[in-house]
Design a protein around this ligand. Structure first.
Ligand code: GDP
Ligand code: MG
Length: 440
């Protein structure tokens, strides 16, 4: 899966300050494979990769992230952006009745979706609604809608297969107008493949009814063919949105990106089951994560960061156990704190801050820690390893070298001594590992 593969690529990318053509190309190969595995159509993959590459090249890498992580972030952000608006509602603010026309191939889920939408409109939008079937070709298609509507407690207008689709629809509009029903959902026929007759018919319905919404219903399992049918329907009809069905199946959601890319129309709902309440608002983040094959891409980034921190914490803990925590380590910790956004932000994250003895960390602030760093920098290697040897003359030299005073050097040494004691105490309590993990 992509997270594992990118994990490998990440290692190779580590330690570079700026994204380059070369290291991006490697990551893009992985992204490309993941998208194809998720059934995003090839031309869409190509466009997407090109777009991400352009955005990524030359991008600076924040010190706290590796280049690989920056690439994943960009990929995820672009996926979300290209997938379009989140949860676009139905726009039914027209003179009633507002007509919703459903179009799509046979088996896409139009009839099921008609009833799901009716429930949503009745229960969530509090509008009166009826459904009608214009599918006069498939045997029992009309009965299917009636049966579904009965099951879901939705009202339907009768029709039969001897009528012409256009007549059924016109009659239905006239009827609901007379009855004062605010919304009419028109279910249409589909073919197994796009064909001219079907397109002509649904086009005629659309121009006659001037629907408030013309929705393209597509099966998310369509895979590579999604592009072809989306293109055909988008060219034939002024689509106002898309409903992607069967997202509860194995499909990785690539069709969402393909359809969005081809039509440019908002994905309004996801069908997530055969039951009539299985209709969800569309959230691009979720589908983007699904396409990338991860529960959540950002959690991968967090995971990588957490692991690096744990490694460091383990090394540090081992050192302290041997009694070897010295001023060099203290200096490292200060650097690390700065890297992570300074002491003040760190204190918020630190677990068990309450356990620390008063005086150890209670007067810390970022400026002070930077000063401590400067003082340590003015010490010799030997002094850092064995602070005990720092006598009066050494203190004077260190103070002069760091532009501080002997008092401040004394204060630092005292604080370091306190810190060592604190660590010993926490080691006994078993909280040390925890504390260091929190500190990075
Ligand atoms: P139509 O030919 O476009 O009208 O498609 P139907 O509404 O008859 O649906 C075709 C099949 O897909 C039926 O067996 C439905 O139960 C099933 N179906 C529709 N929507 C969903 C969905 O969101 N999830 C699942 N799992 N099945 C669905
Ligand atoms: Mg049908």
């Amino acid at each position: 899966n992509l997270s594992e593969r990118l994990g490998r690529t990440l290692k190779n990318l580590r330690g570079q300050g700026r994204l380059s053509e070369d290291n991006i190309s490697e990551a893009m190969r992985e992204v490309r494979m993941a998208l194809l595995e998720a059934d995003v159509a090839l031309p869409v993959v190509k466009d997407f990769i090109e777009h991400v590459r352009e955005r990524a090249i030359g991008q600076e890498v924040a010190t706290s992230l590796t280049p690989g992580q920056v690439v994943i972030k960009i990929v995820h952000e672009e996926l979300v952006r290209l997938m379009g608006e989140s949860a676009t509602p139905l726009s039914l603010n027209v003179a009633p009745p507002a007509v919703i026309l459903l179009a799509g191939l046979q088996g896409a889920g139009k009839t099921t979706t008609a009833v799901k939408l009716a429930r949503h409109i009745r229960d969530d939008l509090k509008r009166s609604v009826k459904v009608v079937s214009c599918d006069v070709y498939r045997p029992a298609a009309i009965d299917q809608l009636h049966a579904y509507a009965d099951q879901a407690g939705i009202e339907y207008l009768p029709s039969d297969s001897s009528q012409k689709p256009l007549d059924i629809a016109r009659d239905a509009v006239a009827t609901v107008r007379r009855q004062g029903v605010e919304t009419l959902i028109v279910d249409t026929a589909g073919r197994l493949h796009v064909d001219e007759d079907m397109m002509a018919e649904v086009q005629a319905l659309n121009s006659d009814l001037s629907p408030a919404e013309t929705l393209f219903v597509i099966d998310s399992m369509m895979g590579q063919d999604a592009v072809k049918s989306a293109e055909a329907f988008n060219n034939a009809l002024p689509l106002s949105g898309v409903i992607l069905t069967k997202v509860d199946g194995d499909a990785r959601g690539g069709a969402a990106l393909s359809v969005r890319h081809v039509t440019g129309k908002p994905i309004k709902f996801l069908g997530s089951g055969e039951k009539f309440d299985a209709l969800e608002a569309f959230h691009p983040e979720r589908v983007a994560s699904r396409i990338l094959g991860m529960g959540d891409v950002l959690s991968l980034i967090e995971e990588v960061e957490r692991k690096t921190d744990q490694d460091k914490a383990k090394k540090m803990a081992a050192k302290i156990k041997k009694g070897g925590f010295d001023l060099d380590d203290f200096r490292d910790q200060i650097n690390e704190m700065n890297r992570m956004g300074g002491m003040s932000s760190l204190l918020d994250k630190l677990p068990g801050t309450g356990q620390l003895p008063a005086g150890a960390l209670n007067q810390v602030n970022d400026g002070m820690f930077n000063r401590l760093g400067t003082i340590i920098d003015s010490m010799t290697q030997k002094e850092r390893r064995k602070p005990d040897i720092i006598n009066g003359s050494r203190k004077k030299r260190i103070a002069a070298g760091s532009g501080t005073s002997v008092q401040e050097v004394n204060k630092l040494l005292k604080q370091f001594g306190q810190m060592q004691k604190t660590m010993k105490r926490m080691k006994r309590k078993g909280g040390l590992q925890k504390m260091l993990q929190g500190m990075g």
